[in-house]
Ligand binder design. Structure first.
Ligand code: NAD
Length: 460
């Protein structure tokens, strides 16, 4: 099979790749196993961290080419690509500090019940991790797994999304410039058929970023193995009546439309207080009219994606939503779609209930904050949410009632330290542990009876 990288700004094929065969998956797993044993037996923690930092040097030396490639095959705005590239480079420091600070620890036992006994929590890498990748931030989304997974002592078999294979193979090229054991990172090329073979193979853990439907399929096929699932979102935004409408409109427009809305954390439904809804919506429409679609939000990734978004907007309009702006493809080359705002009154509509992966914002006018919180939480998803208010205490009080793993106040979508602490609730994923690096480790609890004398509870 052939996999094609296409420039979404003009629809032209940029590069073709021959896909791997599903049978290749097992051999990468075996090779990864050998490399991982070597990684753990011949390198100590500090050496592993230093070697992973060589990957940062390799990415720095490939900076221009990497950014150009990601922009070319993703169609993403330059600012977004540079921002996430810089985030990755900084992320190495964060995970290096985490890897140094993470290790075995003693669990205190009550000596009255546990005389002469020591409990040690021994942290060990999973082994070989399968990572099925996504296309919307092909470097960032890969590196938030790869850096901590390698530093934790794992090998990784990585399948980039078939939509961004060029960026995926460049990550492998960067790895190949380091002194890490050959086979510690291997890249498989292909689409769902390779992903499915990875899910079925006996990897020690699985990391998947992508749609909820694919995530559900994966849970059906993966058997029992540790999984990190980072899935779809349908982030609600709440605009309180005390906002400065000019400023909040700019923030909401960026939070909804930047990166073409093709982000798991984007404002995908907005609840606005009726007391100032007209003024706020008028201001938002002015901001949207000023957006430079080519430069600031970019095209959608494929024609099929654009068709899906357009048809969904049309269904919403047929169901009674009021189209305030947008709703159409932008004529000319590329998969551009107009930034779109709809006014919605029916909370059961698909446009409110299901994630739209594009520049579309449905707005629902609400009586008060209580109604907004109730409707915001009335969702299968729980990835992100956002509150807009001039009162930070009120903002935090509302944030604490929102059912989402990531809540912003007067901002949306800025993630902390290269994916650290990022997590989805409900159908948006399997909630992560407190520290991301520990997602790539398992623990062994060692209970050591320091004395070999008979214990009172043993059989006489
Ligand atoms: P997708 O789910 O169709 O594909 C993602 C990856 O899975 C690709 O590499 C693909 O080849 C592979 N794949 C497809 N079907 C498979 C199967 N049955 N078994 C195994 N692998 C399979 O991707 P998409 O739906 O275009 O991605 C967009 C979605 O990703 C959005 O819903 C977005 O919210 C979500 N997303 C989530 C996060 C997060 O961190 N939570 C980040 C980015 C994107």
């Amino acid at each position: 099979m052939t996999v094609r990288s296409i420039n979404p700004r003009n629809g032209q094929v940029v590069k073709e790749f021959v896909s791997n065969h599903p049978d290749d998956v097992l051999s990468t797993l075996m090779k990864g196993r050998d490399a991982q044993r070597k990684w753990m037996s011949e390198w100590v923690n500090e050496e592993r961290i230093e070697a992973v930092l060589e990957l940062r040097s390799a990415l720095l030396s490939m900076k221009e080419e990497l950014i150009a490639t990601e922009m070319l095959e993703g169609g993403f705005p330059q600012k977004d690509v540079i921002g996430t590239y810089n985030g990755v480079i900084k992320g190495f420091e964060h995970y290096a500090a985490e890897a140094k600070a993470t290790g075995d620890y003693e669990f205190p036992l009550d000596p009255a019940g546990w005389p002469d006994t020591k409990a040690t929590i021994n942290l060990v890498p999973h082994g070989v991790i399968a990572h099925i990748g996504i296309w919307n931030y092909p470097l960032w989304q890969t590196m938030i797994t790869l850096i901590p997974a390698l530093m934790a002592g794992n090998a990784v078999v990585f399948k980039p999304s078939e939509l961004t294979t060029m960026t995926g193979t460049m990550i492998q090229q960067a790895f190949d410039r380091t002194s890490m054991p050959s086979g510690l990172l291997q890249t498989l090329i292909g689409g769902p058929e390779i992903g499915k073979a990875m899910v079925n193979a006996p990897f020690d853990a699985l990391v998947f970023t992508g749609g909820r439907a694919t995530g559900l399929d994966i849970t059906r096929n993966a058997g029992v193995k540790p999984m990190v699932l980072e899935l779809s979102g349908n982030d609600p935004g709440i605009v309180c009546s005390d906002v400065n409408v000019q400023e909040a409109a700019r923030g909401v427009a960026s939070g909804a439309f930047s990166h073409g809305g093709q982000v798991c954390i984007r404002i995908k439904r907005l609840y606005v207080m009726e007391s100032m809804a007209d003024a706020f919506i008028a201001e938002l429409l002015k901001v949207v009219a000023r957006i430079d679609v080519e430069g600031q939000i970019g095209p959608l990734i494929r024609e099929e994606a654009r068709t899906k978004v357009r048809e969904k907007v049309q269904r919403a309009v047929r169901s009674g939503c009021e189209l305030l702006t947008g709703g159409e493809n932008i004529p000319g080359p590329g998969y551009y779609f107009e930034p779109t705002i709809l006014k919605v009154t029916d909370d059961s509509l698909e446009i409110i209930r299901e994630e739209t992966f594009g520049p579309v914002l449905p707005i629902r006018v609400v009586r008060d904050e209580e109604e907004a919180i109730r409707l915001a939480n009335q969702s299968d998803y729980g990835l992100g949410a956002t509150v807009w208010t001039r009162d930070p205490i009120k903002g935090e009080a509302i944030a604490r009632r929102l059912e989402a793993g990531n809540v912003w106040i007067n901002e949306h979508g800025r993630t902390i330290n290269c994916g650290e602490l990022f997590q989805g609730w409900k159908c948006s994923g399997i909630a992560s542990t407190n520290r991301r690096i520990t997602l790539f480790m398992k623990k062994r609890t060692i209970v050591n009876h320091l004395s070999s004398e008979a214990r009172p509870h043993w059989f006489k």
